[in-house]
Ligand binder design. Structure first.
Ligand code: BG6
Length: 508
């Protein structure tokens, strides 16, 4: 979320990526850094050091990356002159994270880079590794005095941040003993998405919304993040995690916070994050007897997706054939504060669903009195504001309008702000935004320690109840469906239904 003046202004920076041969590095991190470079956002002096055990030379590693860039970069195939300049600053350090030699060599690289740059650089350690390695790396960085300057050294941590409240607290404690909070960047890539950042702009840069943004005018809120993909080759990780930990604890609760938060006093990182923590702290925690009524789970069975047969979750590689892990979760939450008292927030997420889309729907209350004859209002629908995060990037306000003609017939129409129609050019990827923020020391879009703990605290009753009681109905939804029936029932009993954005706009 950088201000324009920041362009090219960042200080010399050296990036160390632990997990340098992993998928995240090749698909997201390097393409993001490369695109920042193309767009002139990288500092004049930078170096990227990927760490890993494979015996790559710098040259071999760069050749591997070039293939990845050609495949994954939003700017398409690399242009030779640009790629040569960029890749010249990418290095590979053959390393073992348990070995003191690794950290000694990092120290030497930093000293050399500092001498060349003529000033102390920002040093960013990106932990793109499995969580079980976080502690080893953090402790070694501290032991080798590699993160001593809190103004310069930063640690970027990928999710999952903890497996439950206890482990998240432990990790926070461990990191807090070594680094100051302003050095710790807990990534939630949803916060870097263009449309997600726009929720803040939309809410707090427009005066017309605030008066109606509360329980007096809003009837309920839905946040739906559905994916067509299954777990693919991530079965090993996912089976220990599940939809609630993988998506709700982080991405979806963050979206909820952005919709529900009070206006921050300023755009300062801690101001924004304080208001988000307030939301999490005011969310109603479930007593054991409330869980079944408010939280439902699902697991996909095999089926057909776009003409191809796909395996059920329990048949996926790395997954226990009797797994009790949920690949779908839906929850109805309440926020116990003045703004939202009594307004349900319905969240749902699932894999192998009929459509891939992330959509927030805010449904407004109905008109107090209907003046039109029954025949005019057959297609009647309450006003809705629909924030579509992906794949469509848009904000739609659905209002009732008179259909052209001699009779009075009403139907809902959309007033649309659509990124494609409004702006030209490519939208930066979430990781570009977040990596730039890391270089510029802006923590607004990163999770603070207390935020992560508050999110775990909220979910623990559900997670514990689900762990204690196996679902006897799993698998309970088939691939290419909208999830299990229990999810329809969860919302239908309140008189609502899950909202999906039509893929194409049909003329009315
Ligand atoms: C990740 C989850 O954090 O987010 C994945 O671990 C999920 O399971 C992904 O598929 C979704 O991200 P996006 O950006 O594709 O919506």
């Amino acid at each position: 979320m950088s201000v324009p003046a920041g362009k090219g202004h960042s200080q010399p920076t050296i990036f160390f990526i632990f997990g340098g041969t992993g998928d995240l590095t090749s698909r997201k991190l390097i393409p993001a850094l490369y695109n920042l470079f193309l767009d002139g956002w990288m500092p004049k002096n930078f170096a990227i050091v990927a760490m890993g055990r494979t015996e790559f030379t710098d040259e071999q590693f760069r050749n591997e990356l070039l293939k990845d860039i050609n495949q994954f970069s939003r700017s398409g195939k690399a242009k030779k002159e640009k790629w040569d300049v960029f890749s010249d600053r990418v290095y590979f350090q053959v390393s073992d994270i348990k070995d003191a030699k690794t950290y000694k060599e990092q120290g030497e690289r930093i000293a050399k880079f500092t001498a060349e740059a003529g000033e102390e650089p920002n040093v960013i350690y990106y932990l793109a590794v499995a969580p079980r390695f976080f502690a080893t790396i953090a402790e070694n960085l501290s032991k080798h005095n590699l993160a001593a300057n809190p103004d310069k050294a930063r640690l970027v941590i990928e999710k999952p941040f903890g497996h439950d409240l206890e482990s998240a607290k432990e990790l926070n404690k461990l990191l807090g003993g070594i680094f100051s909070e302003r050095q710790i960047y807990r990534i939630d890539h949803y916060l870097g998405k263009e449309t997600v950042q726009n929720i803040l702009a939309f809410r707090f840069a427009n005066s017309i919304l605030e008066p109606i943004w509360n329980r007096n005018y809003i009837d309920h809120v839905q946040i739906s993040v559905t994916e067509q993909l299954g777990v693919g080759d991530r079965g090993g990780y996912y089976d220990e995690s599940g939809a609630m930990r993988d998506m709700v604890q982080n991405h979806i609760l963050q979206l909820l916070c952005l919709v529900a938060m009070e206006p921050p006093v300023s755009f300062e990182a801690d101001e924004v994050r304080n208001r988000k923590v307030d939301v999490l702290n005011s969310m109603r925690k479930f007593a054991p007897e409330d869980i079944q009524k408010n939280a439902v789970r699902g697991q996909y069975s095999k089926g057909w997706m776009e003409g191809k047969e796909v395996p059920g979750y329990r048949e996926e590689p790395g997954v226990n054939p009797e797994s009790n892990t949920e690949t779908f979760a839906a929850v109805k939450f309440f926020i116990d504060n003045w703004r939202w008292h009594g307004i349900p927030f319905y969240l749902r997420t699932g894999k192998r669903m009929h459509q891939s889309s992330s959509v927030i729907t805010i449904q407004f209350k109905d008109v107090p009195h209907l003046i039109f004859p029954a025949g005019a209002t057959e297609g009647w629908q309450q006003n809705r504001l629909i924030i579509s995060i992906q794949p469509e990037m848009s904000i739609r306000l659905q209002v009732q309008a008179k259909r052209p003609g001699l009779d009075m017939i009403l139907n809902p129409v959309d007033m649309v702000f659509d990124y494609k129609g409004t702006y030209t050019g490519d939208t930066p990827e979430a990781y570009e935004t977040l990596l730039l923020d890391t270089m510029q020391g802006d923590q607004t879009l990163f999770m603070r320690g207390d935020q992560v703990e508050a999110a775990w605290d909220l979910l623990m009753p559900i997670l514990n109840a689900w762990a204690a009681k196996k679902s006897l109905s799993f698998p309970n939804y088939s691939a290419d469906s909208w999830g299990p029936e229990v999810a329809e029932a969860l919302i239908a009993k309140d008189g609502f239904h899950w909202f999906t954005l039509p893929l194409k706009n049909e003329k009315k």
